[in-house]
Design a protein around this ligand. Structure first.
Ligand code: SF4
Length: 722
């Protein structure tokens, strides 16, 4: 019998509403839900991976224990006992900081993990906490915290009402939008153009998004902050700044004015590769558009000046009156408001302590993951000797993955909560696999907070969990409860286990902005109410939210925090001729290097974790090194050649793809590949292994301000193989 299930897709940030049809335990169809008020029927080719992951014979379905090179199944109770005993043993012998944790990207796509992973991390009481945040969007959190007072107060482009988008280092055609939940994003961008607006893309690669834009300009990797300073210079000096109604709330406008004055387009143009006349025109176009928004993503945040560049995007939006304005950069009013739950004052801080070996700053209690390998390898008090991971594959997703790969092999104890035996978890002593996503209920806690429209949608489980299987939150809660050791912690664990994710979301809805508490006939949002609207409810377009939503202590918007102003000297030293220190910067190109490497992403891929779906990896080879024809000709390389890419950290081989979509001097390799390591259980991925970009990147190369990994602009040499 065919059954229809309404479900939010949990594979990327877009939160597409789906209708999944099943016949017994078989999925017979997955299509977009036309009634979803946010996604309006959109889905992308990746949606089939929901089925492929669910039915994947390689997906682990019971706990596995490693004995040397061999894995054997182990019963749940014994596995949990073993996990806790091993972690306690290391803590007793070497102290709490000897046990580290790493939380991977898929965690934010699981309701249970979002609610319970923090509990496990807290229970470990270790300063060595890591996550995928510091190889991705950490600069956005630092900027949100500094300017608006909370790490999650990240303004979202009001795409559906804007007339002008200035987009840097983002390729929503492949990512479907990031820190900007916008299903069907290319339709939304096309609509801007259809109503007479403009989409301008700044990127070292003419990405799929850039190809569909009105205008695209190549920029040298890592120089976005300089470009933005040039734009700000024009806006400030030509009296185009119009901060609008928020001006009285802003501090730092004078400092911003003084800063911008030092960076005329003529000064920054040579380093960026964008002409001064173009910078001037782009600045005027942006400032004079009736509704406009500047937006940047991974190309901006994953670089040596990710913090500065991300802040300057916000600064540009602020001085031109785009923040909290229709068609600009607005804040959501989510039905379960994570910020509201944070009223008690547990706001994330920044730089309260630093990593032991290199002194990188913590953020929200986490250290940059670029420091993980050295924290494992370097002897001394606080050395990491054990690790707990949740849904992560840092060997492929963090810089200098080969070093981390080696370091993980030396751990005394490693527990992975993960459904795959991958390049990272192959080093674990114990793997605890949760149920498949389709066996769990879902509500998106994070991406409703970052969406271009306020909506709410509850998803029931498509399949019942198999007998004996455990949900991620149950595993995490069990580990946390056993490790916590305090009466309070145990009680909390017992209460949370009783409540479970559904009742926690229900509480969040009832006490959120559209809830009416626990009044029996209040009529506000509850899980029950959402179940009666299986395609989700529309809560409307984004609305002005300031000053009410500000969380700064003085309730002001800080347009020019000192933290960023102080980092300008480093930028000048790195790129602008004559500035002191430029020669000695550790990120400077080595003398033999002649190309700069950037990453890229494809629509049919998502980080490292969707390569075991045959339907997504088949077809044209995707893990190619893209290079401009002039650079290829200079090296005598032809399209399709096998090339060796080398950095001081390592070397990989890839097929060359010659294309003028790359800026001359820049090459691009996608991230998430490199499934040729032994001992993994990912049959399809192994057959399409590709090369890992992170066998080339450098764990020592970070944005010194935020600690985010600097993947973009890595100096490489490329030559014909052999
Ligand atoms: S765009 Fe993202 S959320 Fe939508 S179907 Fe594709 S993977 Fe799923």
């Amino acid at each position: 019998m065919t059954t229809r299930h309404h479900r939010t897709c949990t594979l990327c940030e877009a939160m597409c509403g789906l209708v999944i049809t099943t016949d017994g335990d078989r999925i017979t169809g997955i299509r977009g839900d036309a009634d979803d008020p946010l996604s309006r029927g959109h889905l992308c080719p990746k949606a089939v991976a929901l089925q492929d992951v669910h039915t994947d014979p390689d997906r682990l379905r019971q706990p596995m224990r490693r004995l040397g090179d061999r894995w054997e199944p182990i019963a749940w109770d014994a596995a949990l006992r073993l996990a806790v005993d091993g972690l306690r043993r290391v803590q007793r012998a070497h102290g709490r900081d000897a046990v580290a944790s790493y939380v991977g990207n898929p965690t934010v796509h699981s309701l249970g993990a979002m609610l319970f992973a923090p509990r496990l991390v807290r229970a470990l009481r270790s300063r060595n906490r890591f996550s995928a945040t510091s190889v991705d969007q950490l600069p956005a959190h630092v900027v949100a915290l500094q300017c608006f007072g909370h790490a999650l107060l990240i303004p979202v482009p009001d795409l559906d009402r804007t007339q002008h988008v200035l987009m840097l280092g983002a390729n929503p055609a492949a990512s479907n939008g990031s820190l900007m939940t916008a299903p069907g994003v290319m339709d939304r961008l096309a609509a801007i153009r259809a109503r007479g607006g403009r989409v301008v893309v700044i990127d070292p690669r003419r990405s799929e998004t850039a190809a569909a834009a009105d205008e695209h300009h190549f920029i040298r990797p890592g120089t976005d902050a300089l470009f933005l300073l040039g734009v700000l210079h024009v806006v400030m000096t030509e009296r185009l700044a119009r901060p609008g109604p928020l001006e009285s709330l802003m501090t730092g406008l004078d400092a911003l004015h003084a800063l911008a004055g030092r960076f005329p387009p003529e000064r920054v143009a040579p380093a960026t590769g964008i002409g001064a006349d173009v910078i001037r025109r782009l600045a005027r176009d942006f400032a004079q558009a009736p509704r406009a928004v500047a937006y940047g993503r991974v190309g901006v945040s994953m670089q040596e000046f990710g913090g500065l560049a991300t802040w300057l995007i916000t600064a540009l939006n602020l001085v031109t009156g785009r923040v909290d304005a229709e068609g600009g950069a607005m804040f959501t009013r989510p039905a379960v408001d994570i910020l509201r739950a944070d009223q008690a004052g547990s706001r994330p801080r920044f730089g309260r302590w630093t990593s032991r070996v290199r002194g990188l700053p913590e953020f929200a209690g986490e250290l940059p993951v670029s420091a993980l390998a050295e924290e494992i390898e370097t002897p001394g008090p606080g050395q990491v000797r054990a690790l707990v991971t949740h849904a992560g594959n840092p060997v492929l997703s963090t810089p200098n993955g080969a070093r981390l790969d080696r370091a993980l092999a030396g751990l005394e104890w490693f527990v992975a909560v993960d459904c795959y035996l991958n390049e990272t978890t192959r080093h674990a002593h114990l793997i605890l696999p949760p149920t498949s996503p389709l066996e769990r209920e879902h509500y998106d806690l994070v991406f409703h907070t970052l969406a271009v429209r306020d909506t709410a949608r509850w998803s029931g489980a498509v399949f019942p969990r198999p007998p004996g299987a455990r949900h991620d939150w149950e595993i995490l809660n069990a580990l946390a409860g056993a490790l916590d050791g305090t009466v309070r912690g145990r009680l909390e664990g017992a209460v949370l286990a009783r409540l479970g994710p559904r009742r926690l979301v229900d509480h969040g809805l009832r006490t959120g902005p559209y809830g009416t508490g626990y009044r029996p006939f209040g009529g506000g949002l509850t899980v029950r109410a959402l179940e009666r609207a299986p395609s989700g409810v529309d809560l409307g377009a984004l609305k002005p939210a300031l000053p009410g939503r500000l969380r700064t202590a003085d309730r002001r918007i800080h347009a020019a925090p000192e933290l960023f102003l102080a980092d300008i000297a480093r930028l000048e030293a790195r790129f602008l001729a004559g500035a002191p220190g430029g020669e000695e910067h550790p990120g400077a190109r080595p003398p033999t290097a002649d190309l700069e490497l950037i990453g890229r992403r494809a629509l049919r891929s998502c980080n490292s974790w969707m390569h075991n779906s045959e339907r997504l990896v088949r077809g044209k080879r995707r893990c190619t090194l893209q290079m401009h024809p002039d650079d290829a000709a200079r090296r005598g390389l032809a399209d399709g050649a096998s090339v060796r890419i080398t950095t001081p950290r390592g070397a990989v081989t890839a097929e060359l793809e010659v294309t003028d979509a790359l800026m001359p001097g820049v090459v691009s390799l996608p991230h998430g590949w490199g499934h040729d390591r032994p001992g993994i259980r990912l049959g399809v991925a192994q057959a399409h292994a590709g090369a890992s970009i992170n066998d080339l990147t450098d764990d020592q190369r970070v944005d010194a301000l935020t600690g985010n990994a600097a993947f973009s602009g890595v100096a490489v040499t490329v030559a014909a193989e052999g």
